[in-house]
Structure formats: structure tokens, C-alpha cells
Design a protein. Structure first.
Length: 249
């Protein structure tokens, strides 16, 4: 990860993305509780643990490295785009205090046609300052949802989950480490449990998130690859420059 700094990038700039081709090989994207109900209308949403942090992720394809939401021309096929993709080619630095470039992105000389400056008068440009603020708010929201998911996990309310009936090939393996809410155990919570959960996030919000997540699991049916050859052919048609990556953000 390359972190933006005035010393290293004073005279450099960035070129705004015209489409979503940069996400062709991205298959898991972290999302917030506010985004989850909207994204769940079109995409499957599951949960995972990254290090010590639980997070919600939307699945953009049936296996790591495959994104079926990006069409051949780079257009997004779904109705909603995960927020973290809107700030490409920038992401938060590990300490969440500034911006960093996405992997493999190379800044250009500022002033070239179509290239926007990174810094103006020694400060992040207005556009990038807004992008930083947006990503920081997104991260705070993800962290808050992570606390809810951690609470659920501690009470064994999250169960291992996989996309059903997906055919593995020598080049494509199934996701690992994904979880879904156990509806029966959730419904068995008592009043004291709900009161404790309410201290983290309003129960109405939690129920909206959980119900949207559970409904979204049905979208995984479109990922069923009944034949490995047919599946790879259809993926390459959508994603002609497919190359191996871990597919996670």
C-alpha cells in the first residue's frame, strides 16, 4: 500500500475512473449497515472476520477473483455500487488518518490532460479531502457494524456459510471464512439479550440488516455453475481480461 504524502506526491496527480473496469477481479467488498439493505436487493451479503474485525461483505461473483457486476465495457450491472468503490483509486491508510492508493495504481504528473492534482497549496485537494472524509465515515460505520457482528458471533449466532453447488476448477476455489446469521438462534434471544444489543445499535436497525442479509442469500442461486466449462466461458465473456487475484478488498 502506498500512502499519499506531500513529500512524495507533491507534483503528482490522479485520473478519475470512467467506469468500473478496475474492479473486474474484485469479488468481496466490505459494506456498512446503511448500504446493506440496498445492496442486498441485487447481491448476496455475508459476514467474515478479518483479523480481529468482523465485517459485512457483498459478494460480486461466485468465487474469489470473479466479478459478475462489471460488464465487458466496464459499466456496473447492478442498481447500487458499494461505497468504497466510489473513491477509486483511493482507500484509507491503515491508521485511517489519510489516503492511500489502491494496489497497482500509479499516479501521474499533475497537469497532464485529465489528471487531477493530489495536493493544492500543500494540502489535499478539495476533492480528495472530501473523499478522505467519506471513507473515514464509511470505516466508522463498518466498525460499528463489526461490533454487532462480534456480539452475534460470541453468542454462536453466526454459522459457516458457502455458496451452494458452485463447481470448483483447478484455477478457481470456493470462498472460505464466510458466515450467515442463524435465524432460529436469533429468534431465541431473550429480552435481556436484545437490550444488550440495543446498546451497540438500535434493534430496529439490527433487524433490518439481518433480514436483508438473510433474504440476500437467495441471490447466490445465480452463482451456481452447473458446468465448469460453461461457467468459465460465461465469466470470461463478462470479464475478458480475467487474471488470478485474491478478489478481496
Amino acid at each position: 500500500m502506498t500512502i499519499l504524502s506531500l513529500n512524495a506526491h507533491r507534483n503528482l496527480g490522479w485520473r478519475p475512473a470512467q467506469a468500473y473496469g478496475f474492479a473486474r477481479n474484485l469479488s468481496l467488498v466490505p459494506i456498512t449497515a446503511d448500504e446493506l439493505p440496498r445492496l442486498a436487493k441485487d447481491m448476496t451479503v455475508a459476514f467474515r472476520k478479518q483479523g480481529n474485525q468482523w465485517q459485512a461483505v457483498t459478494l460480486l461473483g461466485p468465487m474469489p477473483g470473479l466479478n459478475l457486476q462489471v460488464q465487458a465495457d466496464g459499466c456496473w450491472s447492478g442498481r447500487f455500487v458499494p461505497g468504497v468503490l466510489l473513491s477509486y483509486p483511493f482507500q484509507l491508510s491503515p491508521d485511517c488518518t489519510t489516503l492511500a492508493f489502491w494496489p497497482d495504481y500509479t499516479p501521474e504528473i499533475a497537469g497532464i490532460k485529465g489528471v487531477e492534482p493530489l495536493f493544492v497549496d500543500g494540502q489535499l485537494s478539495t476533492v480528495l479531502a472530501a473523499a478522505l472524509a467519506f471513507l473515514q465515515v464509511q470505516q466508522q460505520a463498518m466498525n460499528r457494524l463489526g461490533l454487532v457482528l462480534s456480539w452475534l458471533a460470541q453468542r454462536n449466532l453466526l454459522q459457516a456459510w458457502q455458496i451452494p453447488e458452485v463447481v470448483e476448477t483447478p484455477h478457481l476455489a470456493r470462498y472460505t471464512g464466510l458466515f450467515a446469521v442463524d435465524r432460529n438462534r436469533l429468534e431465541a434471544l431473550d429480552e435481556a439479550d436484545w437490550f444488550a444489543l440495543h446498546r451497540i445499535m438500535p434493534v430496529s436497525t439490527v433487524l433490518t440488516v439481518v433480514n436483508a442479509h438473510l433474504s440476500s442469500l437467495d441471490h447466490a442461486r445465480v452463482f451456481n455453475l452447473h458446468s465448469s466449462d460453461m461457467g468459465l466461458a460465461s465469466v470470461r465473456h463478462i470479464n475478458p481480461d480475467m487474471r488470478p487475484r485474491d478478489g478481496e478488498l
